[in-house]
Design a protein around this ligand. Structure first.
Ligand code: B12
Length: 210
């Protein structure tokens, strides 16, 4: 772990975080390792402190901003230079939910693995997912939820695909901290994974079977 990056993100020192990320890149660290070994652990620690009432929402927000802006340096470097896309993915955080760090990571990693990604952002209504899938003829839908109260929007979106008659032509992947394989089974999603690396493996598996 790079403790400079970890501490700068954890304490929301945005400019320092970006400076340390640049320095790590210049000294030869891979973007993937910087994200996995230092940046995600910093957000995990921020979450732990929040749960223990040592951090409050403003501290979470500045940590999240440092994470996002450092990720913005690394995401383009993850992007693959391949020609034919592996498949097309529509991704977004479900309705009512504004958390996007994990979703952005999954999007970047999928792009890095050669998928063409259409990122709809946060607070995405079921109809908007449907429209984007149809317009872009995407094979995969990725939905993210970080709140237990927004998880039902995943079920609602799947129902919207069923009602529109396109459920069988779309592979649905779900994720986010409160989401589980059991929940994926319950709502009839095609797959769940607990992190961005595993999301890429899952997307590859699903597309090769389809
Ligand atoms: C940062 C953060 C925020 C930031 C979000 C900034 C942003 N731009 O995203 C801010 C401060 C804005 C925020 C707001 C709120 N938050 Co908040 N937040 C967090 C925190 C600390 C970290 C989330 C995070 O970014 N993790 C890091 C990323 C990398 O991990 P991840 O999102 O889980 O993603 C990984 C995997 O899950 C997976 N994945 C994610 N999506 C997908 C999708 C697919 C398809 C797949 C396959 C995989 C996958 O891959 C990712 C990468 O490995 C969590 C605590 C936690 N431990 O999760 C609370 C947490 C999620 N928040 C919580 C709460 C309560 C709130 C608020 C209601 C607080 C408030 N009182 O205002 C609001 C809600 C706003 C809203 N409507 O959405 C609670 C939720 C509790 C619950 N049971 O629902 C948590 C769990 C904190 C807690 N312990 O109480 N939050």
């Amino acid at each position: 772990m790079n403790t400079d990056i970890f501490n700068a993100i954890l304490t929301g020192k945005n400019t320092d975080a970006q400076k340390f990320v640049q320095a790590a890149l210049e000294s030869g660290a891979s973007p993937h390792d910087i994200i996995m070994d230092s940046m995600i652990p910093a957000m995990d620690e921020a979450g732990r402190r929040f749960e223990e009432h040592k951090f409050f929402v403003p501290q979470l927000m500045i940590a999240a901003r440092a994470m996002k802006e450092s990720l913005a340096i690394l995401s383009p470097l993850l992007a693959a230079s391949g020609s034919e896309p592996m498949g097309k993915v529509v991704i977004g955080t479900v309705m009512g939910d504004m958390h996007d760090i994990g979703k952005n990571l999954v999007a970047s990693m999928l792009e890095g693995a050669g998928f063409k990604v259409f990122d709809l952002g946060v607070n995405v209504a079921p109809d908007k997912f449907l429209k984007a899938l149809q317009e872009n003829e995407a094979e995969i839908l990725c939905m993210s939820a970080l709140l237990t109260t927004t998880m039902p929007a995943m079920r609602k979106t799947i129902e919207t695909l069923i009602n529109a008659g396109i459920r069988d032509s779309v592979l649905v992947m779900i994720g986010g901290a409160p989401v589980t394989q059991a929940y994926a089974d319950e709502i009839g999603a095609d797959g769940y994974s607990s992190n961005a690396n595993a999301a890429v493996t899952l997307a590859r598996q699903l597309i090769s079977k389809s």
